[in-house]
Design a protein around this ligand. Sequence first.
Ligand SMILES: [Zn+2]
Length: 284
Amino acid sequence: MTITLGQIRIDPVAELDHWPFPPAELFPAVTPEQLGDHRGDLDLSITTYLVRTPDQTVLLDAGNGNAKERPVLLAHHRFDTPYLDRLAAAGVVPEDVDVVVATHLHPDHCGGFTQLAGGSWDPTFPRARYLIASDEYAWLQEVHAAAPEGGVAADLARTFEDSVLPVVEAGLVELIDLPYEVADGITLRALPGHTTAHLIAELSGGGQHAVVSGDVLHHPFQFSDLTLAQGGDADPAVAAESRRTLCELAVERDALVLPAHFGPGRIDRDGDGFRYRPVQSGGA
Ligand SMILES: [Zn+2]
C-alpha cells in the first residue's frame, strides 16, 4: 500500500503484523461494555512509515529492532524479524535513509535505531540524522541515570543504553525543539501524554494530508472513549486530551491517520465523539 500526497510518497513498513495483548494488559480500565463482542487478545501490529520527498528519505518510527534484551517488557524481548528486508522491498537500504524520527522513545519505536554487529550496538542507518525531541531525550536520560534495578524502568534504561546512546556516540543525533520542519511537507509537532514529548508527523502534499500518529492511540476501540488510558501512558489526562486533539486535527484536514499499532484510516465525527474508518488499500 503506497500512499501519495503530491510529491510525497508514503509506504507503511510493518515490523510485526501480529502483536497480541490481553485487553486488560493494554488498557487496565477497560470495561466489558467497551469490549463489546470482542473475545481474546487484541491484535496490534508494529508499523513504521517510510516517507520519500523528491530529495529526502525519512523513516518515521524505527520499530523494536532485533535481539534486544527486554526481560521485563517481554513482548519486546529478542525479536528476530526481517524488517530490513521489508524496507528493501520498499526500495530502500539503510544507507539510503537521510532522517530517522521516533514518535517517542519507547522500545518498540526507537529500538530499531541500532542493530547488533559483532557484539556491539551500531547505528542501523549509518548516514541518517536521528531527530529526537529534547524533552523526550532528557526524560529517558534521567530514567537511565537513576540506574533502576527492576521493573519497566530497567527496560527503559536498557533501551537508552542499547538503542539511543550508540547513535548519540556516533554523532548522529540532533536534539530538536517542536514544532520542527523536517522537509517540505513534513512537520513534527508535540502531542504529549503517552510520553513526555511524544510527537506526531504532519504530512502534506498536493492539497492532501496525512498524520503519522505514533502511540496517541493504540487500538481503534479507544475512539469510543477517548479517556480510555493505555497502561503505558505517562500522563493519562494529557494523553486523553491529545487523543481528542488528534481527532479534531484529522477531521479538520480530512487527514489520513497512520498509527503505529493499527491500520491506516480516517476519522469521522460521531455525535460528540469520533469514529474510525479503516482504509484498506491505495490512495490517500
Ligand atoms: Zn508503541
